[in-house]
Design a protein around this ligand. Sequence first.
Ligand SMILES: [Ca+2]
Ligand SMILES: [Ca+2]
Length: 323
Amino acid sequence: MKKLFSLASVLLVFSIFSSSVSANAASCMFGHEYIDDVCVYLKADKTSVSLVDLQKGSVTLPVKIYISDNTKNIQSISAAWKSSSEYVKTKNLKNPMFFTDSSPINTYSTSDGKSFSTQMTPFCFSYIDDKNNLATLPGSVFTVPEADAATGISADASSFIFRIDPTTSNPDKQIKNNVYLGSKSDEYMITEFEVEFAQNTPAGNYTVNLIDYTQSADGKTHAGTTYCNRFDKGVFHPSLKSVTFNVGFNLGDIDNSGTIDAGDASIALSAYSTISNGGSSPLSDIQTLAADTNYDNIINAIDASKILTYYSQISVGQTPSFN
Ligand SMILES: [Ca+2]
Ligand SMILES: [Ca+2]
């Protein structure tokens, strides 16, 4: 691990995160490291869009951003994402810390049995104070573009930064060992946005990708999804997990019966057998999309196995996902 303790870099990191969102792009000029201890991922409860629904107009689905963090040393995190499809727009990014005097006070409980009240959206970088109210770690959320002052929402969703304020009076407690809301870092999201599918979206797979670190042609670097910790001031690259939506079919439900079960696994295996013996695929284009559960454009035993696993998890009351 490269240690970057020079005063210059320390000051530079501080000034960048203290100034503005757009300046964050410059933070990549010093020290980058890819590690697996942190994963930033996108998750949607609903990942399929029916063509019947699209006939009535555009369809919007919520997406949440989570962080799985084994380091507990994160001081700031930036995430950026995009869809490469002209039919898919990301919008309505929420600042989870935003509320107004008229925002309702809601009560929630964590998986470890604590309850709390808040006018904010419960999110991972927050904690329950001694009055059982939700409080945020001393820090700020920056959304790009800037959130509307009246709603806390950015109309176009493309990226955000959450930064824990390093000037807090009690930085050790807050930063050296981040206490996430709930029992783990991803019990609660960082924040959320929406994905809108245009009315004329054709059947197919559509991925909203978290953007990794990129380097431009002129050699200047740009931050994508990165984080900094409090100790060596490097910029780290978490592993990323994007989310794929299925338009016009339900992944795994090859026979379009409305359920994913052993029959679908059997169809995938049978198609694989036919294809591998030199025959042409018995599956329609839509069925092929539904059968390719790992998105590698091949229908084989892996897909059948994933469908069976999904079915067995559903059967015992779990909520599995192919994503
Ligand atoms: Ca089925
Ligand atoms: Ca496959």
